[in-house]
Design a protein around this ligand. Structure first.
Ligand code: NAP
Ligand code: 8YV
Length: 322
């Protein structure tokens, strides 16, 4: 039997293609000598797309595929896909929730500790011989008793809060809707929470509704002793305002896994010892990425065999009801 044709779009590693080839005839858009010619010609045979959570899927690619019925996103965040447009065309979008909660929460804790305890700067201090020449490194501040505000209290936000509990911090959260079943203080006003917090952790979705949610007023509320950790999407933080706040000493420190224009990172951050930079590796362990790849494939296999995905995004759930 001939395998259905699917298209890979974006920066995902080679293993995803290998895994999907077990079930599908896989084309990779970026590997085509002339992607436009491919879309105009062979595009008519493509029934589904697999793309990355950190990638942007141009609407023009959707437009070019007349038989497209499904987009399987390798990531829980799908802000790079116009899911409303897809749904309006009857195209089902799925993503990879839950399988990465634990690892993204681990990365958040690692980034938080690295930032507040100056792990990266102190590693440099040792390697550069400064321990020997300058003596003991300066003291840092601990977590116990600190106020931590989590922006976003969904699947990953809750996993972060659970892991944070062992550090004896006071935890509160900001979301648009309070969750009475969660035994933590809810701040409807983000600036107010920033004024209360010593540390803010950002873990909302990206996209238009959260763009620059963390703006100058929030950063100033957090203040010169405050620490910002962003593991959500670069767009949630006004990056220019963040750089200015760090340069002017209005914000204490930042730990960043995500950036507004990845893989571009503002040059000004490179020289700052109070900033820890990661290359969007929140979910990037061998085990978690294997689970994500499996869910990408399982969603596609399920849709091809039953017309339903296992983990559709909320905008598309109605397409498979009934
Ligand atoms: P989720 O379960 O859908 O939770 C999202 C949370 O954000 C909810 O509590 C939601 O509450 C809140 N939220 C949404 N819009 C908001 C707004 N405008 N203002 C304030 N709060 C808002 O999502 P999840 O599975 O936890 O994933 C969260 C995000 O993490 C993903 O979308 C992705 O962008 C990011 N992520 C990053 C990495 C990484 O590698 N760094 C890995 C995985 C995920 P309300 O709706 O009540 O506001
Ligand atoms: C991945 C992510 O880096 O799940 C998400 O939303 O940002 C990460 O897990 C990404 O999806 C890989 O493309």
């Amino acid at each position: 039997m001939t395998k259905p044709e699917i298209l890979l779009v974006g920066t995902m590693g080679a293993q995803l293609k290998t895994d999907l080839e077990e079930h599908f005839h896989v084309h990779r858009l970026e590997q085509q000598t002339d992607p436009q010619a491919f879309l105009a010609g062979k595009g008519r045979h493509v029934r589904a797309i697999a793309t990355g959570g950190a990638d942007q899927l141009p609407n023009s690619v959707m437009d070019a595929l007349p038989d497209l019925g499904m987009i399987s996103c390798y990531g829980v965040g799908y802000d790079g896909i116009d899911a409303k447009l897809a749904a309006s065309r009857g195209i089902l979008v799925s993503h990879t929730p839950d399988v990465l909660n634990d690892e993204v929460a681990n990365t958040t804790i690692a980034l938080l500790l690295a930032t507040t305890r100056h792990v990266v700067a102190f590693d440099r201090y040792v390697r550069e011989g400064r321990w020997k020449s300058e003596g003991p490194a300066p003291l840092t501040r601990g977590l116990a008793g600190k106020n931590v505000g989590i922006i976003g209290m969904g699947r990953i936000g809750q996993a972060i809060a659970e892991k944070l509990a062992v550090f004896h911090c006071e935890i509160a959260y900001h979301t648009r809707n309070a969750r009475p079943e969660i035994p933590m203080r809810h701040f409807p006003d983000l600036v107010e929470m920033a004024g209360w917090a010593d540390i803010l952790i950002v873990i909302t979705p990206g996209g238009a509704s959260t763009r620059h949610l963390v703006n100058r007023a929030v950063l100033d509320g957090l203040g010169p002793q405050g620490t910002l950790i962003n593991v959500a999407r670069g767009t949630v933080v006004d990056e220019a305002a963040l750089v200015a706040a760090l340069c002017e000493g209005r914000l204490g420190a930042a730990g960043l896994d995500v950036f507004e224009n990845e893989p571009e990172v503002p040059q000004a951050l490179f020289a700052m010892d109070n900033v820890v930079l990661l290359p969007h590796v929140g979910s990037a362990t061998v085990e978690t990425r294997a689970a994500m790849r499996k869910l990408v494939a399982d969603n596609l296999v399920s849709w091809f065999s039953t017309g339903k995905a296992l983990t559709p995004v909320p905008e598309c759930k109605h397409l498979q009801e009934g």
